[in-house]
Design a protein around this ligand. Structure first.
Ligand SMILES: Cc1cc2nc3c(=O)[nH]c(=O)nc-3n(C[C@H](O)[C@H](O)[C@H](O)COP(=O)(O)OP(=O)(O)OC[C@H]3O[C@@H](n4cnc5c(N)ncnc54)[C@H](O)[C@@H]3O)c2cc1C
Length: 409
């Protein structure tokens, strides 16, 4: 016999249009079939767990994204059994920072190669299709155009607290009973709200705008253009197309307006045509206080996020998926909570550093000059960014030395 309780008395899912009959029981139900949800489904299925994913949209799902997969992201995808080298994507060897020129001096540029491997630029819809194919091959049950509407915890009567708890998930089409519920439902996560996991620290909230251009990539780096109006970054995504993402505190009215703040980039694109319609989205630096409660866990943007300019959002999704699947298999969500905290430390440090450069023109100019004069500083930063060197390399004496070079700039 079960005792049922709603996840939360102010459950935002509560609606009258829920399908009452249980059609299936699974080990893991995942709300949201974006990169985080599909990656988690893949990792859980690789452990032999039965999995259902429900998403309100239908594939392939597109979203505003810089579409750059850093080498550590490519590695995490490989661990999930997803190989992107054979599909339409474009390699890049490192990152180039490009300052904005002013009347007194030309733009200060600096670049560094990844210490190991290449990153890859890849259209978001292609990545989504690859993840979807892999999930299907592993027997994951995928329910598209299916909104998660309401959830309710069921506790077996007379069992010690928390033991044997399952969740009933009512969607717009059917009802499923699951041992674990995973919220992979993005920035506005309803699962997060329903599980009362909303408590968070938000360090920055910016707006992103993406546009593809039909032009052969002119570089094998991801180029990040800096200005007083945010950043524009260019990722080569095929032999004849690039993806440009603009990120700023203010909303750009249009692509021409956004480009007007980046004259060097505008000059590159004079002969190029946009190859699709622009797409916008917010990007947050948000740290949640907790990402698990009872048999519920959050993943991807639902579980907190780093500013888009770090290019680490997808890597976090995939790494979290691997850690969460281990925890689900071991029935040990506290282990995932711990791993999640550790995983976010470095990307948040990098996001803070880049947001500082965004907010202070003086610091930005000094940092870009220092990187220009001493490229090894930038190399160290990139090595740390992709997890190849420990954060301590920038800590204590390293950080002081870096700061001194920047201030001397
Ligand atoms: C402008 C911009 C540029 C970026 N550039 C990069 C980059 O270059 N590299 C990088 O690694 N990262 C980048 N990111 C970050 C990256 O895009 C995100 O971290 C990533 O998309 C998060 O994936 P997700 O699956 O958690 O969320 P989402 O992709 O938002 O997926 C959530 C899914 O949940 C579904 N959903 C929501 N509510 C419900 C419900 N009630 N029921 C059913 N389904 C539901 C939605 O339909 C959606 O499909 C960028 C982000 C932005 C905004």
């Amino acid at each position: 016999m079960y005792v049922e309780s709603k996840l939360h008395t102010r459950n935002p899912f509560v609606t009258k249009e829920v399908a009452p009959s249980i059609v299936r029981s699974v080990d893991v139900f995942i709300a949201g079939g974006g990169p985080a949800g599909l990656a988690c489904a893949i990792a859980a299925a690789m452990h032999g767990l039965s999995v259902e994913v429900a998403d309100g949209m239908k594939p392939p799902i597109d979203k505003a994204c810089g579409e750059g997969l850093m080498p550590d992201t490519v590695h995490a995808l490989h661990q999930l059994g997803v190989d992107i080298s054979t599909t339409q994507s474009h390699p890049f060897r490192g990152i180039r920072f490009i300052g904005s020129p002013n009347r007194s001096r030309p733009a200060r540029n600096t670049q560094a190669d990844f210490p190991q491997g290449h990153g890859r630029g890849m259209k978001r819809v292609l990545l989504h299709q690859l993840l979807l194919d892999r999930a299907l091959a592993l027997g994951v049950h995928l329910s598209w155009e299916t909104l998660v509407k309401q959830t309710a915890q069921q506790h077996p009567a007379n069992a010690p607290t928390g033991q044997g708890t399952t969740t009933l998930i009512h969607t717009s089409r059917h009802t499923t009973r699951a041992r674990f519920l995973v919220g992979a439902d993005g920035h506005q996560s309803r699962i997060r709200a329903a599980a009362r996991l909303d408590k968070a620290t938000i360090a920055a909230r910016r707006i992103g705008l993406r546009q593809h251009f039909a032009i052969a990539p002119w570089t094998d780096y991801v180029e990040v253009y800096w200005s007083d109006h945010g950043q524009a970054y260019v990722t080569p995504i095929s032999a004849n197309e690039v993806c440009i993402a603009f990120v700023a505190h203010q909303k750009f009215e249009s692509i021409p307006q956004a480009l007007s703040f980046f004259p060097d980039l505008l000059a590159r694109l004079t002969a190029a045509l946009p190859s699709d319609r622009p797409r916008g989205s917010i990007t947050l630096s948000r740290k949640l206080h907790r990402v698990t409660r009872d048999n519920i866990a959050l993943i991807g943007d639902a579980s907190g996020s780093v500013d888009a300019v770090t290019g680490e959002g997808l890597a976090l999704c995939f790494r979290q998926a691997l850690a969460l699947a281990d925890a689900l298999q071991d029935n040990n969500l506290p282990a995932y909570q711990k791993a999640h905290v550790a995983m976010h430390r470095l990307p948040h440090f990098m996001a803070r550093t880049m947001l500082l450069m965004d907010s202070s023109p003086l610091l930005r100019s000094k940092a870009l000059s220092a990187f220009h004069r001493r490229p090894q500083l930038f190399e160290q930063l990139l090595q740390t960014h992709v997890g190849h060197a420990p954060i301590q390399i920038l800590g204590s004496r390293g950080l002081i030395a870096t700061g001194a070079h920047i201030l001397a700039g």
